[in-house]
Design a protein around this ligand. Structure first.
Ligand code: PMP
Length: 405
C-alpha cells in the first residue's frame, strides 16, 4: 500500500483502455512538419485533432517575433507580475486584445485554464451565486471548486432551465454570474447566446462567455460567438485562450466593467504564478495581428469545416448539430470508437478519441478539429478514409458517396 494506492481503480480502468489500444499517450510526434502535418509513430500523418484553427503555429511573422523577443528579453520572466513586474510585451498584448474587442480592460494569464480559474473563482463569493452550463469545460468546474459561491447547474444550452433556476433565487441577495461557452469543445455546438442574454437581463445577472474555441473562428472580425450574435454589449466578461487560434499558450479576459483592474490583486491564479515568457507574448501578439489582417484564414476555415462536416454527414455518419471547426462523429460503442480511432491513426489521420465519462451524454465519439491550413485534399483524404473504415466496420451504408455532386 502506498499513497498512490487510492488510484488503483483508475489505474485498472486506464490499463484496460491501454490494452484495447486506446492509449492517447501512445501517440508520439516524432516530428512536426507544419500546422497540419506531422510524423506520428513513424508515419506521415494529417492532423485533425489540434485546435490549430488558423494554422498559425509556423507562421513566419509569429516565429520571427518570438525569436527576436527571446534574444532581447530572455527565456522567462521567472516570476509573477506582482513580484517581478510587467514586461512591455505583457502590456502591449493586453492593450492589443482590449483594442481587438473594443473593451476597456484586459488581463492575460499563463493559460486559458487559469483565466477561467481566476475569473470565475474571484468574481463570485459566498454571498453570490454561480450558474454553470452542465457541459462546461473542466476549467470552469474547477474554478467553481476553488471559489466560494454556491453553484447552480442548468441543462446544457437551455435558457429556460437557467431562467427557472434564477427565478427560484431571485429574492436572494448577492451577485449572480452565468457562465457559458461560445463553441463547446466536444460536440462543436454553439450556445444560444441571444436567449441567454434575455435571461441575464431579466434577472440582472452578469454573463461570462468562454470563447476559447470561437475566438478567431466566429464573427466577422473573429471576436467569437458574441460578435456573431450581435450581443457583445451584454457580455460582461469574455475569456479566451492563446492555445488555439493564436497558436501559443496563455489566456485572457476582457471587460469594460469599471474597477476591473482590482482583479490583478484579488485573483490568486493570476497573482501567484509566473507570467508568460517573452517569446510567447511576442508570438501571440503577432498572431493576433495576423488574425486581424487576414480574414481570409477565417473564410478558409469555415469552408473547410463545412466540407468536412457535410462530407461525413452525407456519408451517413452521425455528427454534432452544427458545421463548426469542431466536428464530432458519434459512435455508440466504446470498443468500436477505440478500434476506429486506432485504424485512422494507423492510416495517417490523427484525431481525438473522446470517451465517457468525459463526454456529454456519456457517448463515445471521434472528435476532429479543422484548420484553415488544411487543403481540400487533406479534408477529402480524411472524409474518404473515415468513410472507407466506417463501411468496413459495418457502420455505414455502401451506396452513399461522401461528397454529393
Ligand atoms: N476553456 C475551454 C472551453 C477549453 O476547451 C479549454 C482548453 N481545451 C480551456 C478553456 C483551457 O485553455 P488552455 O489550453 O489555454 O488552458
Amino acid at each position: 500500500m502506498s499513497i498512490l494506492s487510492k488510484f488503483s481503480p483508475l489505474a485498472e480502468r486506464y490499463g484496460r483502455m491501454r490494452d484495447s489500444g486506446a492509449d492517447p499517450f501512445s501517440i508520439k510526434f516524432d516530428d512536426v512538419l507544419s500546422s497540419v502535418e506531422a510524423v506520428v509513430n513513424g508515419r506521415k500523418t494529417v492532423l485533425f485533432g489540434t485546435n490549430n484553427y488558423l494554422g498559425l503555429t509556423f507562421d513566419p511573422h509569429s516565429v520571427e517575433r518570438s525569436v527576436e523577443a527571446i534574444r532581447m528579453h530572455g527565456t522567462g520572466t521567472t516570476g509573477s507580475r506582482i513580484a517581478n513586474g510587467s514586461y512591455k510585451g505583457h502590456e502591449e498584448l493586453e492593450a492589443a486584445l482590449a483594442d481587438f474587442y473594443g473593451r476597456k480592460h484586459c488581463m492575460v494569464f499563463s493559460t486559458g485554464y487559469q483565466a477561467n480559474l481566476a475569473m470565475i473563482s474571484t468574481l463570485v463569493g459566498q454571498n453570490d451565486h454561480l450558474f454553470l452550463d452542465a457541459d462546461s469545460h473542466a476549467s470552469i468546474y474547477d474554478a467553481s471548486r476553488l471559489g466560494h459561491a454556491p453553484v447552480v447547474r442548468f441543462r446544457h444550452n437551455n435558457p429556460d432551465d437557467l431562467a427557472k433556476r434564477l427565478n427560484r433565487l431571485k429574492d436572494q441577495p448577492g451577485d449572480k454570474l452565468i457562465v457559458v461557452e461560445g463553441i463547446y469543445s466536444m460536440l462543436g455546438d454553439t450556445a444560444p447566446l441571444k436567449e441567454f442574454v434575455d435571461v441575464k437581463r431579466e434577472f440582472g445577472a452578469y454573463l461570462l462567455v468562454d470563447e476559447a474555441h470561437s475566438m478567431g473562428v466566429l464573427g466577422e472580425k473573429g471576436r467569437g460567438l458574441a460578435e456573431r450574435e450581435g450581443v457583445e454589449d451584454d457580455v460582461d466578461f469574455v475569456v479566451g485562450t492563446f492555445s488555439k487560434s493564436l497558436a501559443s499558450v496563455g489566456g485572457y479576459c476582457v471587460s469594460s466593467l469599471d474597477g476591473f483592474e482590482i482583479l490583478r490583486i484579488a485573483a490568486r491564479p493570476y497573482m501567484f504564478t509566473a507570467s508568460l515568457p517573452p517569446a510567447i507574448v511576442a508570438s501571440t501578439t503577432a498572431a493576433l495581428e495576423t488574425l486581424r489582417a487576414e480574414p481570409q484564414r477565417r473564410e478558409k476555415l469555415t469552408a473547410n469545416a463545412e466540407r468536412f462536416y457535410t462530407g461525413l454527414r452525407s456519408a451517413g455518419f452521425q455528427v454534432g448539430p452544427e458545421a463548426n471547426p469542431i466536428v464530432a462523429v458519434i459512435l455508440d460503442k466504446v470498443d468500436v470508437a477505440v478500434a476506429f480511432w486506432k485504424r485512422l491513426v494507423d492510416e495517417g489521420m490523427y484525431l481525438n478519441l473522446a470517451l465517457p465519462p468525459a463526454t456529454p451524454s456519456h457517448q463515445a465519439f471521434l472528435r476532429s478539429s479543422v484548420s484553415a491550413a488544411h487543403t481540400f485534399e487533406h479534408i477529402d483524404f480524411a472524409v474518404e478514409l473515415m468513410t472507407r473504415v466506417g463501411r468496413e466496420f459495418g457502420l455505414l451504408p455502401d451506396n452513399v458517396t461522401p461528397f454529393p455532386a
